[in-house]
Ligand binder design. Sequence first.
Ligand SMILES: Nc1ncnc2c1ncn2[C@@H]1O[C@H](COP(=O)(O)OP(=O)(O)OP(=O)(O)O)[C@@H](O)[C@H]1O
Length: 444
Amino acid sequence: MNNLDTDWQKTLNIFKNQIDDKIIFDSFFTTLQVKDIIDSDVTITVDTQWSLDGVSPYLEKLEEIYNTLTSGHYQLHLETEDEYNKSIQQKNDLMLFNDNLNSDLKFENFVVGNSNRIAQNASLAVAMKPGISYSPLFIHSNSGLGKTHLLNAIGNYAKSKDPFTKVLFTTSENFVNEYIQSLSNHTIDEFNYKYRHIDILLIDDIQFMATKESSSEIFFNIFNSLISNKKQIVITSDKPPRDLRGMESRLVSRFASGLTVSIDTPEFETSKAILRKKIEIENVDYPITEEVLDFIASHFNTDVRELEGSLKRLLFYKLICEEKRDCIDLNFALEAFSDTYKNQPIQKKELTVSNIKKCVADYYNLTVSQINSKSRTSNIIVARHISMYLVRELIKDISFIQIGHEFGGRDHSTVMKACDKVQKKLEKDLNYRQAIDDIKNKLV
Ligand SMILES: Nc1ncnc2c1ncn2[C@@H]1O[C@H](COP(=O)(O)OP(=O)(O)OP(=O)(O)O)[C@@H](O)[C@H]1O
């Protein structure tokens, strides 16, 4: 017997001792059953309409005993078994709604790197144990960095573990439209029922709800109901909760009450890993050289959508190319991207050590402090060496000693070695030379 039944049996026993006419009790009350509790509404069923008429006058008394016993504020509702079963059937039909998940977006094809590791880990934790620790989970990032992918991955994973999990993926825009439609169709009860009975609610792009006051109100209520029933909510946005301008402050504070994580622009290695994954998914059956991946990862890396777009463009170019080629190499890629690439606006900068460092750092998606740091991470070392080399080449009469000083007090011999290394590498690595030329173009 669960808590629901135990409390109810105790209520009936107390009531039985209080009622004078035991025949009434035996005739009407022995078939009473608690069916469910939603928020503060408790549904009790009786076997027939006749019993229902017999029990109704005592409902208030039963409610009082039940609330005293459970220290709650419940309202009891009586229904016949038939009515209840019918409404359950209707509700079940209602629950057969489309989860809107995109089955292609899974954890398996989400590439993890430093830029998105925390968000991916949090999403996986939520998918494995929905509603337990991190509800709501709030994921924010600039456009095209994988928020929608992670939302779908959570839903797909949870459903693969338990197909009966009620998952709903929606955008805040769809939520608002659905709400407005339910008002005009007089189906607001169904709307409410549907959203309050979801196990995992995945809401994409919440920022669009900011100015929709009446929808915010209903969302607030649904949100509270799901959270208090230990359900999982995952929300994405293009900014963190505190920056959601126009959003009601009570909603913002609810969003911030869970776990908030962000996704950054993919760093060089992650961009390459994403490209490799996409190539695998596209079943590309000809080789694409490492230099090409380096080229795309360093030129089209504002977001993952841009990476995907450039790869598509490359594959398309190969498809329509009349000349037969066995592989995609850097020359071919440069041809494929010649127009975009040439048209990129170039902003010249004043030639100072800090501008050179900043330009190299931007190019490699790093910060100037990483370049100055003692970090031995390979992409940081590459950027540091190139910065030293360019400073030496572009700033007249600057000595190795001065450069060492500008790069966190390094010894002049370290700078000399770095410059030498860069010089040797650009003589034999076309892609590397291309990268240095690009940075130079932005500077001079
Ligand atoms: N780490 C990743 N691994 C593989 N694919 C990724 C990764 N991150 C993003 N993508 C892919 O990049 C594309 C854009 O991602 P997504 O739509 O999830 O971005 P978003 O952050 O939701 O963007 P928006 O804010 O514009 O809605 C999708 O095709 C997605 O599968």
